[in-house]
Design a protein around this ligand. Sequence first.
Ligand code: KG4
Ligand code: ZN
Length: 337
Amino acid sequence: MIPSLILGIETSCDETGVALVRGGRDVLVNDVASQIPIHAQYGGVVPEIASRHHTEIISQMVEGARAKVADPVDAVAATAGPGLMGSLLVGLSFAKALAFTWRVPFVPVHHIEGHLFSAFLADTPPAYPYLALVVSGGHTQLVLCARPHDYTILGKTRDDAVGESFDKVARLLGLPYPGGPSIQKAAESGDPRAVAFPRALSAGDHLEFSYSGLKTAVLYEIRRRWEARGHRTLADREIADIAASFQAAAIDMLVIKMKEAVQRTGVRHATVVGGVAANRLLRERVAQELDVPVAMPPMAYCVDNGAMIAVAAHSLLEHGCTGDFTATPRATWPLGA
Ligand code: KG4
Ligand code: ZN
């Protein structure tokens, strides 16, 4: 029998996610405690602070979830990697201890596999085989998902991840962390054609990405304006224009490669997952320009959350996984390895 009610725990970075999901699709609880205000003052995630914060709140978060749904849990799942070692260790150890006490399977889940399964929470889930564009703070990948848990990486970034480039550019522009939402907001009042930023690697016979050149181009543009003005400030209008032009270039590169990958593989379905899948421009362009239906997770399941971990675990258990109490956290862990 496939366990029905799964507790999913996600602590790979700066969000503590705890969720209860029934039947791999029915999300009964999806609580996320974000540490954004804590890390924002440092301009990025401080690993030691992140793991301490997970430790402080994980117990009360699980109790809170259980107070909403008291039914017996059939399996416990947690992100085992990739991510910050200390943060992973908190969620993994806590989840293992719970599973051990409750005498149910413990399922270690790959963080990116969790993101992939967030697409199954869309109104219309994808059908296999499908192409996934994975876009987060740490990953930018095109993945062919041939069958459940069978992944081929068709292309990935050679340097920065797209989410990372949003975070770095936001910092250059003096916008708050995390950069994705603040750039999207600043871009609303800007002109995406104001600055012609490069679309790296957009031509050529490969499905790879590169974002470090775009970040450097933004830096040079900002410096050029500082020098012209004689001091290190930008007008709000300039910040909006640079944000909009950066966002247009960053998203354009994703859409170009995703279209190419769909064409090459001949798949009939696609998904976009990960924190950057919350980007409005990306969602609109993908919905309009791809020739195949693209399942996109509802906003709540784009950034890190426990529900996606529970959904992935449900499928793993459905496809032969019996749980693994020996799993240890893996800071780096290639998908499919
Ligand atoms: O998947 P996620 O929550 O964590 C990782 O696994 O990395 O993704 C976080 C990333 C951050 O880089 C953040 O700036 C980006 O997702 N992000 C966005 C938006 N919302 C979050 N990027 C662009 N537009 C957004 N609306
Ligand atoms: Zn993530």
